[in-house]
Design a binder for this molecule. Sequence first.
Ligand SMILES: Nc1ncnc2c1ncn2[C@@H]1O[C@H](COP(=O)(O)OP(=O)(O)OP(=O)(O)O)[C@@H](O)[C@H]1O
Ligand SMILES: O=C(O)C1=C[C@@H](O)[C@@H](O)[C@H](O)C1
Ligand SMILES: [Mg+2]
Length: 184
Amino acid sequence: MAAVSEKSDSAKPNLYIVGFMGVGKSAIGRKVARELRYKFIDSDHEIESKEGMKVAEIFSQRGEPAFRSMEREFIESGHPDGSCVVSCGGGLVVQEGMSDLLKEKGVVVCLFASPECIIERTSRNKNRPLLNVDNPEKRVRELLSEREPIYMNAGACITTEGRSMPEVVRHVIRTYKAAARDYA
Ligand SMILES: Nc1ncnc2c1ncn2[C@@H]1O[C@H](COP(=O)(O)OP(=O)(O)OP(=O)(O)O)[C@@H](O)[C@H]1O
Ligand SMILES: O=C(O)C1=C[C@@H](O)[C@@H](O)[C@H](O)C1
Ligand SMILES: [Mg+2]
């Protein structure tokens, strides 16, 4: 895990990017961090390097609840408190109390896309254990409808569908800068 930063970093609030699998949190977060000159952190990657296992292996060998505890620990104490763009795993914000915790820690932006777009994007690789089922389309629709109210209340919502990546990056940065000005 990344070391917890010096206090001076907290002058620039972290940006937390949340949303469903495949909406583009990792792809967009990396580019946003580069433009803001912030550190880029991806919760899935941080957990994988700490555990020495892929997310899918953590799910199959330790179980989903253990993975959720790792996500909580990462948010509570496993990353710097400022000047970072944190792309969160798709289910991280869904856990009880996590949405409020992220809002305390920084600015939260939620990316979204339609189920059709998500299905198309997530079909390109098999790294998402929750979608390694006989009917991933049905699973995407079920999970999305369960989680939608949480995502919608997590932070400013920005669509990644029908927009180029640079366009999404611009929207995210504009939203972050406006919210960061008001951030205590
Ligand atoms: N306009 C767009 N915005 C974001 N991503 C896009 C866009 N167009 C195409 N993509 C592609 O969609 C994919 C999104 O995958 P990505 O891994 O970033 O999703 P994620 O939200 O991090 O998923 P997970 O929750 O599983 O980590 C990437 O391959 C990205 O290149
Ligand atoms: O939406 C989810 O619950 C997940 C999303 C991925 O980013 C990984 O964190 C994992 O595959 C679980
Ligand atoms: Mg990701």
